[in-house]
Design a protein around this ligand. Structure first.
Ligand code: NAP
Length: 355
């Protein structure tokens, strides 16, 4: 396990020969903000950093705090900017990705951290305006869309011999299985007891929390196997002191949630400390799939050959075995080739509605 000092030292040794382009979806607060700030500090501001979120005021403050390099030749090669996007709206995510694709030539780091307060609730489950499950929209669907739509820019960075890393920060390493039915939690929400919403534990909400984690395993497995030249990571941040870190419960369970949050407050680390581990993980990978824990340590990893052809569709017993990715055992990974294929198939059908 790298100590904080070891992570900081390895980050400090990073001196890219190019101006890195980093997109942080969720960079306006919490873990994403910490990562953006660590990147800005490490590059002394000579980077193109794009914070995506809704809070323009918070983004302006963060960007104002970034070091600003002086361009002696008057030719500025760095930019720090905010791009507004409601990650609960797939139409909005799609629009933002198209806009970014139209003006960027490459992206070195795509980091996705936005989860939102609803994503942490174990008592409330509902639907977004687009009819997606509240827990899954930002934690999974938006991240899938960002990954797919911005993939050409990551591949372009790789073709130029630069870092190309897709990282989703959620809850890696828990062997969370991907089920084969009710993928959108429609049935779970339908059978939830509506009049107790927000008061007692909602099965649909708990399922939503767990499914987000499992589906992110599926997301990274799919993109890593299909794009073996880049690095793809699902990482867990552990307990980090952020505005979104407390467990939300209704009034009946409020004392329990308070106790849980109180206990967690003793083991929580700051977002700056977490950012050092996240940045270490971001830089400590050339290509391949990585499942990492909160210190950036590898729980499991696999590097496919650069010309690898992904296999998710065969119906062999191996394809149905959880924890195996295209025949490769992955510790902490809950998908099987069959469940990942079904998940992606389902995801594509759902997202096709939001053109
Ligand atoms: N913190 C922890 O202890 C902890 C523990 C386990 C797992 N995690 C996971 O680690 C990740 C990062 O954690 P965190 O605590 O930093 O998360 P967070 O507080 O939920 O994330 C905050 C970011 O999410 C953005 N966001 C929220 N709603 C949005 C929306 N509708 N559209 C666009 N952006 C939105 C916020 O931007 P705006 O406000 O600008 O919209 C902000 O940039 C999350 O996936 C979380 O589930 C965290």
């Amino acid at each position: 396990m790298p100590t904080l000092a070891a992570a900081e030292a390895s980050n400090a040794a990073w001196a890219p020969s190019y101006v890195p382009v980093a997109i942080i979806a969720g960079g306006t607060s919490g873990v994403g903000q910490g990562i953006a700030e660590a990147l800005a500090r490490q590059t002394k501001g000579r980077a193109h950093i794009i914070l995506i979120g809704r809070n323009a005021g918070a983004a302006a403050k963060i960007i104002a705090s970034f070091p600003k390099p002086v361009d002696s030749d008057g030719d500025q090669d760095w930019t720090h900017e905010f791009v507004a996007c409601d990650a609960n709206s797939m139409a909005s995510v799609r629009r933002v990705c198209a806009e970014l694709r139209s003006r960027l030539k490459r992206v070195n780091f795509l980091v996705m951290t936005a989860a939102g307060p609803r994503g942490n609730s174990i008592t409330y489950s509902g639907e977004t305006d687009e009819g997606l499950d509240d827990h899954l929209s930002m934690r999974y669907f938006s991240r899938y869309l960002y990954s797919k739509e911005l993939m050409p820019l990551l591949l372009s960075a790789r073709e130029q011999g630069q870092h190309a890393h897709l990282m989703t920060v959620l809850g890696a390493g828990h062997d969370m299985p991907i089920p084969s039915s009710d993928l959108g939690l429609v049935e779970a929400r339908r059978t939830s007891i509506k009049f107790l919403q927000g008061v007692v534990i909602s099965i649909a909400a708990v399922k939503g929390v767990l499914r987000g984690v499992a589906y992110n395993d599926g997301l990274v497995a799919w993109f890593a196997a299909h794009h073996p030249t880049i690095a793809v990571t699902h990482i867990s941040p552990g307990h980090v002191r952020t505005s979104g870190s407390s467990m939300a419960a209704g009034w009946l369970l409020a004392p329990l949630a308070w106790l849980f949050n109180f206990i967690c407050s003793f083991i929580m680390i700051s977002q700056d400390e977490s950012a050092q581990y996240m940045l270490h993980a971001l830089l400590d990978a050339d290509r391949g799939l990585f499942i990492r824990d909160n210190h950036g340590d590898v729980v499991s990893a696999h590097v496919f050959s650069p010309d690898y052809t992904a296999r998710f569709v065969d119906d062999s017993p191996t394809a149905r075995k959880a924890g195996l990715l295209n025949g490769v055992p992955m510790k902490g990974y809950g998908g099987s080739d069959a469940t990942v294929a079904a998940l992606i198939n389902y995801t594509e059908r759902v997202l096709a509605e939001f053109k």
